[in-house]
Design a binder for this molecule. Structure first.
Ligand code: SAM
Length: 295
């Protein structure tokens, strides 16, 4: 294999040169490919879609982890759904949290990442605060009696096993597991190519949360470059605290961030009108439906 072509979108694809194929298999749940590219380093692909690269994964992981955790400010217990690569876990563990539960459906992702991307998770899988569960995130949230300060949905796209993590009923269940002041964050694809996905995700989350705000992160290895993430909680202001609050909270981190800063946090919520108001009608009508699920 000299090149890998990702064909996620109908009229555009991206091609990576492949210097070396390190691994290729079907896990029983999804196809996995790990290869080396001179620009991005090692690249992991699931079901034909690039999940992460050595070179730029920190942007995704730092933003999906630190934005909700910094917005919350006092999170003690965190739930990560998906995230078997350990990158989000590593970032969450930089906060003074007491327990992080990670529910990953595919144990082979964890094994392969430990083998081919050891720096990505660092030693976070062995951290005494981390508890790793191999299972379906949907089933976990449906059955657990634990509650959380922050929930992070670090899933694949809504294709294959990740699809069930994009439904209104899943978000509603997550809402019931959040403690007072709780915050949720998740990835919602490339907004330039998939504006309907972002609209749909925001509308479904808005049926259970008072405050829903999309934010952006540039991830060069994702086709279209710009990734949409969504944060939701009790109120809009809490999702984007003042610079003073963010700076105080940032100082409490146990180690540095490469991409995330308080400035980047606030700037990430400053969006062009189309992405800032997904679902807004032509006449500037209601941005999201009123919440219908109160807990
Ligand atoms: N950076 C990412 C991206 O490109 O979207 C996410 C990467 S992370 C590897 C996504 C993980 O979510 C995968 O390891 C996948 O196995 C896991 N996953 C998908 N569906 C799941 C489910 N229903 N429950 C738990 N984990 C799930």
């Amino acid at each position: 294999m000299n090149s890998f072509q990702e064909k996620l979108y109908e009229h555009h694809s991206q091609v990576f040169t492949v210097d070396n194929v390190l691994h290729q298999s079907h896990t029983g749940l999804q196809n996995v490919l790990v290869f080396e590219n001179r620009l991005f380093g090692r690249v992991m692909v699931l079901d034909g879609i690039v999940q992460l690269t050595e070179r730029d994964n920190h942007i995704y992981h730092e933003m999906i982890a630190h934005v909700p955790l910094m917005a919350h400010g006092q999170a003690k217990r965190v739930l990560i759904i998906g995230g078997g690569d350990g990158g989000t876990l590593k970032e969450v563990l930089k906060h003074p949290v007491e327990e992080v539960i990670l529910v990953e459906i595919d144990s082979e992702v964890i094994e392969l990442v430990n083998r081919f991307f050891p720096a990505l998770s660092g030693r976070s899988f062995e951290d005494r605060r981390a508890r790793i569960i191999v299972g379906n995130g949907l089933e976990y949230v449906a059955t657990t009696d634990k509650t959380f300060d922050v929930i992070i949905i670090d899933s694949t796209d809504p294709i294959g096993p990740g699809e069930q993590l994009f439904t209104a009923s899943f978000y509603a269940r997550c809402r019931t597991l959040l403690r007072r002041g709780g915050t949720i964050a998740l990835q919602s694809g490339a907004p330039f190519y998939q504006p309907q996905q972002l609209d749909g995700v925001c509308a479904r989350i808005a049926s259970c949360f008072n405050a829903v705000r999309p934010f952006l992160a540039p991830v060069p290895s994702y086709a279209a470059g710009m990734l949409a993430l969504v944060a939701a909680g009790d109120n809009h202001k809490a999702l984007r605290p003042t610079m003073k609050i963010l700076r105080e909270r940032h100082q409490r981190l146990r180690s540095d961030t490469i991409y995330y800063t308080p400035e980047v946090h606030r700037a990430a919520f400053t969006l062009p009108p189309r992405f800032a108001r997904p679902g807004a009608g032509k006449m500037g009508g209601p941005v999201y439906p009123e919440p219908t699920c109160h807990v």
